[in-house]
Design a protein around this ligand. Sequence first.
Ligand code: DQA
Length: 144
Amino acid sequence: ASILVLNGPNLNMLGRREPHIYGRQTLADIIEELETIADDFAVRLWHFQSNAEHALIERIHQAMDDGTEFIIINPAAFTHTSVAIRDALAAVNIPFIEIHLSNVHKRESFRQHSYFSDLAVGVIAGLGADGYRFALEAAIKHLE
Ligand code: DQA
């Protein structure tokens, strides 16, 4: 199986970015942990982070042709703004889990709406970096 992990804007700053909200683990730490799990299950894991909406959209389009069977996406701020990334996910029709490190529901009101949740297989929020691990386990189970 092939699973794509996508991370949106400012997530390259994890570990240094508002650690009281987003934790101290870097994105590299998180991906390394996911790769260990993926190896155990003989799953191919791809990872892509971008601060640019168009780059995320093009990576999603590519997923239609590269054998990606499941997407785990933290759209970050684009969660609350991007009809275009939503449409890209709908276009490729690959099942996905939406994930957030923080519990967006107990933060500012502008974070309460997601353009993704109604299309997602499931949503994980507020469990920090562990959420990525839970998402990967759920994705593997979904593909079994
Ligand atoms: C986030 C929550 C978003 O509201 C925010 O814009 C982010 C990160 C999270 O992982 O908690 O950049 O997606």
